[in-house]
Ligand binder design. Structure first.
Ligand code: ADP
Ligand code: MG
Length: 416
């Protein structure tokens, strides 16, 4: 009975500390450093709690669930946090005396290396596979420890004990990963709904006012152009007219973005040769790249997707422009187009300023821009909308100071 209650103390401790803390962090959209520190503290507290309350499975043989926070740390936290947890567990184990502790300590180091190596693979798995993966990993660790104890120290391990130990551990991690992952999924769904609502409002507004504003703008620009050609106006004053026309052009660009956004469903859907369309778009962007000392490199495989050429180019221009603008002191923008199974993939990679997790989350939100007066905060929103209308998906990977990779995936058009 005491054993069961200690097992529950272990499990409840893990759940309370990790799940609630993670939920709270998700809700408040904390930045990465705060998240890491809070995760580090809660994982350490859980490890200590588990080791303080071991539970007995069989006569005199005690276990605890310290591997659960340890594995979670390796899979979900920064490498420094998982190293710290490894160090903490080893220190606590060594308090029991070196003789009984060398095997768990060496095993822990091996588990640390394996788990951190598998972390990138784990991160790309869907929710169900993550849960299965963590369960299998824990089962492997349990078997390792039990078999090691039996062979090296001749610990009297029965089949029953073997089962309870591996089931306790694997069940524990399955439960925690399930709760953590479903929390994460719920949160991202909520973020998506909030974003869609905002987009909906902007879309209505855009559709209703863009047309009305565009016509007077065009007329005004026409008259300014006439004045600019007039001989009665001195050259100095003509420079004011040039500035006025540039500003009108900027306003026109914003309105054009809005209109595409409000009406992204293209009238004419055709079969697009991805390679050709990307090459055309690169030609459009060359002058901007040259101005920013950015080198453009492309490696494109020929394939076909469905969409509207004009819209596709506009979406791509917005992404390429962002890549160039992210490298104010020059760099390389590489565009790679490949075919993977039934998908055409286009990845745009820059080595520019990069983005934080919070900035990635806000991408595509209307008016989100870090470029102050130079930015409109509409480019990504338009690009997202165009790509979604082509049944495509966007994946953003970025690291501040290192660069950004945006990967677009479109279903291949096999019919034409
Ligand atoms: P704008 O370019 O007018 O600011 P966008 O919607 O095109 O608006 O982009 C929104 C913001 O996303 C940018 O201000 C920038 O902070 C960020 N961003 C987009 N692409 C990149 C990139 N490749 N590298 C770094 N930051 C980017
Ligand atoms: Mg932009």
């Amino acid at each position: 009975m005491t054993s069961t209650s200690h097992f529950l103390v272990n499990l409840v401790g893990i759940l309370i500390l990790l799940v609630i803390v993670q939920f709270w962090l998700n809700r408040l959209h904390q930045n990465q450093i705060v998240t890491e520190i809070v995760m580090g503290f809660s994982l350490s507290a859980t490890v200590v709690l588990c080791m303080l309350y071991p539970f007995q499975i069989n006569d005199g043989i005690t276990f605890n669930l310290r591997f659960i926070p340890f594995v979670l740390g390796c899979l979900y936290s920064h490498k420094i946090t998982s190293m710290w947890l490894t160090f903490l567990i080893i220190c606590l184990r060594l308090m029991h005396g070196l003789e009984v502790s060398w095997f768990p300590c060496v095993s822990l180091l091996i588990f640390f290396l394996i788990t951190t190596k598998l972390k990138p693979f784990y991160n790309n798995l869907p929710m169900v596979k993550k849960i299965i993966f963590s369960g299998v990993l824990m089962l492997f660790m349990s078997i390792w420890i039990i078999v090691g104890d039996k062979l090296l120290f001749h610990v009297p391990i029965t089949i029953e004990l073997f089962f309870s130990y591996s089931v306790f551990q694997s069940f524990g991690i399955l439960l925690v990963v399930y709760i953590m992952e479903s929390n994460k999924e719920k949160q991202s769904l909520l973020d998506k709904i909030i974003r869609m609502e905002k987009v909906e409002v902007v879309s209505h507004l855009a559709a209703s006012i863009s047309h009305e504003v565009r016509n007077p703008l065009t007329t005004t620009r026409g008259f300014l152009q006439l004045l600019n050609e007039s001989k009665a106006i001195p050259e100095v004053e003509k420079s004011y007219l040039t500035v006025a026309m540039q500003e009108l052009d900027q306003a026109e660009r914003i309105i054009r973005d809005y209109l595409t956004f409000a009406k992204p469903a293209p009238e004419e859907i055709e079969s697009l040769n991805l390679k050709k369309e990307i090459e055309r778009t690169i030609n459009i962007i060359v002058p901007l790249a040259n101005m920013n000392i950015v080198e453009l490199s492309s490696e494109l495989e020929s394939c076909y997707i469905k969409g509207n050429a004009g819209l596709f180019q506009q979406g791509l221009v917005n992404l390429l422009k962002n890549g160039i603008e992210a490298m104010p002191s020059g760099g390389t923008l590489s565009i790679v187009g490949t075919v993977e199974k039934t998908l055409a993939k286009v990845s745009i990679t820059d080595n520019g300023v990069g983005m934080t997790d919070l900035q990635i989350k806000r991408l595509g939100e209307p008016y989100f821009s870090t470029k102050e007066i130079r930015g409109t905060g509409l480019g990504m929103m338009v690009a997202f909308r165009i790509i979604e209308s082509m049944n495509g998906t966007i994946k953003v990977e970025s690291e501040p100071g290192k660069g950004t990779r945006i990967t677009l995936s479109f279903p291949l058009n096999t019919s034409g």
